[in-house]
Design a binder for this molecule. Structure first.
Ligand code: ATP
Ligand code: MG
Length: 460
């Protein structure tokens, strides 16, 4: 974190506590002080005044907390409140390309790679430069364009790094030249916020993912907006999405099992525009999350290695079974995924229980459990306090080695997803060519039949 942003943040926090010059937040302090005084007097008189809370208090608190969040966010971002994608040094670029730094420098000399931006003592590359090099190096599967893969990150449990995984996986893939779209299917709008958007100020219902659940939905491509990170677009969320849970429940009797397919059908055009669609979900398995789970080609369940998280992921599997049974009964729809993956997140290898939980998961999930896990790291928590991720930060208060180590482990875990995606594109490509091969002989056969008929007619 730079000194400048720390100062800005400190100033913002001071404003929060003392009230800014405009005084918009001052009544908070005044009322809090008044309440404290009131409580003191109440204590003195030994009778506690009864206070009750209703709609007005909740509405006022909601507005105030939105203001608090905006202030914190403004302070965490640059002075112009804009997030920027990090630049990469030559070693980082070489790492993304999967080559040694000396091989990369050789490529720069021979003009195979661009020369980057010369800064005092170092050469840096913009994210767009990186993506250009990644595509030129063929890191993107040749079948990817026009055949987007949908990955949904889900778990019944809250706080198990669903959003962190969705966002960092998109950042990992985008660095490697893949075009990604994130669908924020959580009314909490954490992914939207991580991309520097205010769910309250920057997103209307019509512009949000909620619009996909309208009777007459817009083209989803028009909802996807570019983010500060080249190669990642987002369909943002806000609290309006919450109402769609009830709307779907009300529509369910009329729609039958089709209700689970509504998102899958409506995001279809996005597959032609993006290589990967990543869906972040809320911590529940209601109708909204179910539509996201049914829209997926790959389902990713994030599980931190704790007994409680393991227990709630067990509930997730049995709830998912119930939802699938419901869909099957309603219209015989049997959902199948290209892959189901359990990703261990926030893993502390020094913790003995980690190994125990890993063993339990292996017993229950076997081949679904991805061998490489996401580590628990202070770099991630520090970054999160600035509305950022391990891939966002260029500088860190701790040692640079900590970021490097954290990124190496994240890269290793996400490298598994590159294989998963490429295997799926391989399978789809092979399937498409075998279908093409099947339809070709049909044409030949009809020609043969026709010629037999003709010859018969001629013989007659
Ligand atoms: N690898 C990590 N190391 C340390 N902290 C992490 C890591 N990944 C996520 N966290 C922290 O864990 C908390 C929960 O993460 P996150 O918001 O991604 O979970 P979630 O499953 O999306 O939560 P919710 O269910 O509320 O949507 C956040 O404070 C985040 O910064
Ligand atoms: Mg989340």
């Amino acid at each position: 974190m730079s000194k400048r942003s720390a100062t800005t943040r400190e100033r913002a926090f001071r404003n929060l506590v003392r009230g800014p010059k405009s005084g918009t937040l001052r009544p908070w302090r005044n009322s809090a002080t008044a309440r404290l005084r009131g409580n003191k007097m109440a204590l003195q008189s030994n009778s506690r005044p009864r206070q009750t809370y209703g709609f007005e208090e909740i509405a006022a608190r909601a507005a105030r907390m939105a203001e608090v969040l905006e202030t914190v966010k403004e302070a965490a971002l640059r002075p112009d409140s804009k997030k920027v994608a990090p630049r990469l040094n030559q070693a980082q670029v070489a790492n993304v390309l999967g080559i040694t730094k000396s091989a990369f420098l050789h490529g720069v000399d021979s003009k195979k790679y661009p020369s980057g931006h010369a800064l005092p003592g170092k050469t840096m590359y913009d994210m767009a430069d990186m993506q250009g090099m990644a595509r030129a190096a063929g890191l993107r599967h040749q079948y990817a364009p026009g055949h987007g893969i949908v990955m949904t990150v889900a778990n019944f449990k809250g706080g198990v790094a669903k959003t962190s995984t969705t966002v960092t996986l998109a950042q990992y893939l985008a660095q490697r030249g893949l075009s990604c779209a994130i669908l924020d299917m959580d009314p909490q709008a954490s992914a939207t916020t991580l991309f520097g958007l205010s769910p309250y100020l920057d997103v209307t219902s019509d512009e949000s993912v909620a619009a996909l659940f309208y009777n007459d939905p817009p083209d989803p491509v028009t909802l996807a907006r570019p983010t500060y990170w080249p190669g990642i677009d987002i369909i943002p969320s806000n609290q309006h999405l919450y109402g769609k849970e009830f709307a779907l429940a009300a529509a369910a009797p009329e729609w039958g099992g089709q209700i689970f397919e509504v998102l899958a059908e409506r995001i279809e055009p996005l597959r032609r525009r993006y290589d990967v669609l990543l869906i972040d979900t809320q911590p529940s398995l209601g109708f909204l999350t179910s539509t996201a789970v049914f829209a997926a080609d790959h389902l990713v369940v994030t599980v931190p290695p704790s007994n409680l998280d393991l227990a709630s992921s067990v509930i997730f599997w049995s709830l998912l079974r119930d939802v699938m049974e419901q869909a099957l009964k309603a219209d015989g729809h049997a959902k199948r995924w290209e892959g189901v993956h359990v990703l261990l997140t926030r893993v502390d290898d020094t913790d003995k229980s980690t190994h125990f939980i890993r063993k339990l998961l292996l017993m229950g999930c076997e081949d679904w459990l991805l061998p490489d896990a996401i580590p628990a790291t202070r770099v991630a928590t520090t970054a999160a306090s600035e509305f950022a991720t391990v891939y966002d930060i260029e500088r860190y208060e701790g040692s640079y080695r900590s970021i490097k180590r954290a990124r190496e482990l994240f890269d290793k875990a996400y490298g598994q997803f590159t294989h998963i995606l490429n295997d799926t594109w391989d399978a789809w490509e092979a399937n498409a060519s075998s279908q093409a091969a099947v339809s070709a002989p049909v044409a030949d056969l009809s020609e043969t039949d026709a010629s037999v008929e003709h010859s018969n007619v001629a013989a007659a």
